[in-house]
Write a protein that binds this ligand. Sequence first.
Ligand code: LLP
Length: 431
Amino acid sequence: MHSFEYRNGTLFCENVDLAQLAIKTGTPTYVYSAETILDHYRRLDQALQEVPHLICYAVKANSNIGILNLFAKENAGFDIVSGGELFRVLKAGGKAAQCTFAGVGKTEAEIREALEHGILAFNIESEAELARINRVAATLDVKAPIAVRVNPDVDAHTHKYISTGKSENKFGIAFERVLGVYEAASKMSHIAIRGVQMHIGSQITKAGPFAEAVDKMLPLVNQLKELYGIEYFSIGGGMGIVYDPSLASGAAGWWENEADESLLTLEAYAGAIVPKLKTLGLKILVEPGRFMVGNAGVLLTQVQYIKKTETKKFVIVDAGMNDLIRPALYQSFHEIVPVTKNHPYGEAEKADIVGPVCESGDFFAQDRELPPIAEGDILAVMSAGAYGATMSSNYNSRRLPAEILVHGERAEVIRKRQTLDDLIDGESIPQ
Ligand code: LLP
C-alpha cells in the first residue's frame, strides 16, 4: 500500500495536504510516509513468519536518519555498504550487532571500525577481501564474522545496471569457487564463519528469479551448514515495486487495491521461497531497500515554465537530475501527477517534464500525457522514496532538497534544505 491519495482534488500524504506543505517548505522537497514504511516492514515480517528471520533494511535506498530510526524502533537489522552507513545507523539508534556489511571495496579503516562496533557479519566479495579482514581482525585480536556472497548466476530480468547475480557482474564469488573460499576461511585464525549470502539484483518484478536462485543455493547452503555450522542464509533484497500503475491491473486506484497488481506481491514473493527456505532449519536474512521505502516517498516540484518548440512541449520544473537521477541513469519510469487536480484550463497533452540542469539527460518523463498544467503548479514525482535523495548531488551547484517525514497529521523536517553556505562548506581558496 501507500498513503498518497487525493482528497477533494488535492494530493495528501497520510493526513497532510501536499499543496500546503509545498507552499510552506518550498520545492523541490522529498516527502515520505512513515505509515507506509511501517506497513511494508510489518507485512514483510508477517510474510516471513514461518521461518526465523531478520529483515536487514538496505540503507542505501534511503539513509536519512529519520527513516533509519523508524526501522531501528521496529528492531530491524541493517544492510550497510560503507563506514558512512554504519555511522548513520548508529546515530539513528540501530544496533551494530544487526548490521551486515556488503560491498566489493571495503577499506581497512571501514573493516576496523565495523569490527570495533561488533557488526553481525561481513559479506565477503573476494578472496583478497577475506585475507584483508583476517589481517585487520588479527591486529584487534578478534574473530571477524563472515558470510560469503555467492553469485548464483541467475538472470533477474532487470535493468543491466542493477542486475548483480550474473557471472559477468563484479559481485560475489562464483558458485564453483565458493566451497574453496569457505575452506580457506575455516583455516584463518581470525575469521568466524557465520552464514552465506546472495543477492541477484534490484527491481525484480517476478517471483521466478528468486525461486530459481533459492533452488540453486539450497544444496550448497545445506552443505555449508553441515561442514561449517553456518547459522543463517541471507537471500538479499531486490523485490520490485510498481512504478507505472498502468502496468498493474486495476490501474486507476492501484494503491487502494494492491491485491490487484499484476506485478510482484509480497504473497507471491514469500509463497515462492518460504516453503523452500523452511526446509533448511536456518535463520533467514533479507535485505530489502526499495520495497520498504520506494512507494513511501514523492518528490514535490514546482513548474517554472512551459516551453513549446515546433516539435515538443516542455514542462520545466525546479527539480533536476541532481535531485532524482533514476530516469537519467536507468531510463526508469516515475508516475508524475499534479498535486492539485482538475485545473479549468487547457487540454491533456503530451510533454517532456524536464529539470533546469544543463544536460539533455535531465528529464523526469518524455512524451508523457499529462493533465493541463500551468506555470506555478506543484507536481509530485511518485515512487521516489528509494534511491532518490540518497543518489542526489550538488551538480550545477544546486542545493540538496529538503526531506519531510509525515506521520498522521505531523510533517517533520528530517533534512533541512541546504543553504548556499552549505554548498561551499569545506572549500577554500589557496593562499
Ligand atoms: N543487498 C545488496 C547486496 C544490494 O546490492 C542491494 C542493492 C540491496 C540489497 C537492496 O536492493 P533493493 O531491495 O533495494 O532492490 N540505484 C538503483 C538500485 C541499485 C541497487 C543496488 N543494490 C535504482 O535506483 O534503481
